[in-house]
Design a protein around this ligand. Structure first.
Ligand code: ATP
Length: 406
């Protein structure tokens, strides 16, 4: 009896096995395709964010272009909270009115100010060491970021320290051995993974002034303007030395040179030529270092990567499991948490950038507050991940990475 049943059962089970194998093969193929699609989507997302940032900046530029020019002058005396005496840049002295929005604390004789062209009233207070030529640069005497805050990038931190910190702190080592240290490094990787953070940490550790300039700000369309800005940027860096120039989005001026380009493109190329000339013109042993960053290394002009320029390229990739855990630890350090299963959060945040991990922690805190608690629990983090996932998928349609913090 038993053998009869087995004989009948065999054909059924072998066909089920085959079906199962086929299904497994289909599943593996689908998974492979999905992974490929995810990679492509991440790349497209990153490209979209960059383009969006550029659009925002161009819109700002257009608004700026519509504004009438301001005259530069110096305060000679502040008469009361409404009136002051200023000397304009051509030497004439006027009594003018003050913009009531301005901080009276900062209104001291000698302060550099911007004046309205018609009424000469004081519109803006200019930073003391701020050269109007180097508009768009951000300068911090000593950034507050330390290496401990840069998580999951220990190898990269080592490389940057070796290339930037060591020549600044111990130039004699290089002189003794007789080698020339690199003038700068190029950080390459997707947005929000810690490029700016790393550059600030080096500046902090070397007590160097940190000067950040975004490439698209230099990509001026006016003849000679971009080149002049690059020159001013380097002379400001030399004046403030030891200093680190952080040139973000270098691809905006460092893209491959093409034939038959427009006059605007040619001007951008002239800016690049000026940058190359500045790079070649200063001594690698002096105390100005350059850290450039891009998420489009593929379009960079080879001239930038030649020896003596950015010959050291450091990859700052999306964080892997271990790095995500470290980044989460950094951002959860000051948050009151209870029974958080970090590994589970790590698993759920595959493909997240450092900035997105930070946003997850902030979001979890917000969820706890909304719930009337002062402690973040595991479910808050999981809910934050779900929210971030949603924003990430919307992000590819209509939001910038900064919006993730909202
Ligand atoms: P972009 O190309 O858009 O300028 P970026 O790579 O320079 O991006 P950062 O500005 O350094 O990114 O990172 C944004 C924020 O994300 C940081 O201020 C920090 O809070 C968080 N972050 C990113 N990477 C890390 C990291 N490795 N460790 C800790 N925090 C990180």
């Amino acid at each position: 009896m038993g053998t009869e049943v087995e004989r009948n059962a065999n054909p059924i089970s072998s066909s089920t096995d085959e079906d199962l194998k086929e299904l497994e093969a289909d599943y593996a193929k689908l998974r492979e395709e999905t992974e490929q699609l995810i990679i492509e989507r991440t790349e497209l997302d990153s490209e979209l964010r960059t383009v969006r940032k550029k659009v925002e900046r161009l819109e700002e530029n257009v608004n700026l272009l519509k504004m009438p020019p301001l005259i530069i002058g110096h305060l000679q005396d502040v008469l009361d909270h409404e009136r002051a005496i200023v000397r304009s840049s051509n030497g004439t002295v006027f009594q003018v009115s003050l913009n009531q929005r301005l901080d009276p604390e900062k209104m001291k004789p000698g302060t550099r100010v911007a004046l309205n062209q018609d009424t000469l009233s004081v519109i803006e207070i200019l930073h003391e060491a701020w050269d109007p030529m180097v508009s768009g640069a951000e300068m911090v005497e000593k950034p507050e970021i330390t290496y401990d805050e840069v998580a999951g990038l220990s190898e990269q931190v080592e490389s940057v320290r070796e290339a930037i910190e060591l020549p600044l702190v111990k130039p004699e080592l290089f002189a003794k051995v007789g080698i020339t240290p690199p003038k700068g490094v190029l950080l390459v990787g997707p947005p929000g993974c810690g490029k700016t953070l790393l550059a600030k940490a080096v500046a902090n550790h070397t007590d160097a002034t940190f000067i950040r300039m975004v490439g698209s700000e230099l990509a001026q369309k006016y003849i000679g303007e971009g080149g002049r800005m690059v020159r001013e940027l380097f002379s400001l860096a030399k004046e403030k030395a030891p200093s680190i120039i952080f040139l973000d989005e270098i691809d905006a001026i460092g893209a491959k040179r093409l034939d038959g380009s427009t006059s605007g493109d040619r001007e951008v190329q002239r800016t690049l030529m000026q940058l190359l000339a500045e790079l070649d013109g200063f001594d690698a042993l002096n105390d100005v270092k350059i850290i450039a960053a891009t998420n489009r290394p593929d379009i960079l002009d080879d001239a930038l990567l030649r020896p003596g320029r950015f010959d050291r390229v450091i990859d700052i990739p999306l964080p892997d499991d271990e790095s995500r855990e470290e980044i989460l630890k950094v951002h959860l350090e000051n948050i009151n948490t209870k029974k958080v299963q970090l590994r589970r959060v790590v698993e759920k945040t595959q493909g997240y950038s450092g900035a997105e991990l930070k946003a997850t922690c902030v979001e979890a805190g917000m969820i706890a507050i909304r719930d009337g608690r002062s402690v973040v629990v595991h479910s808050d983090l999981m809910a934050a991940v779900t929210r971030l996932d949603k924003k990430r998928s919307q992000g590819s349609q209509n939001s910038s990475p900064e919006a993730l913090y909202s």
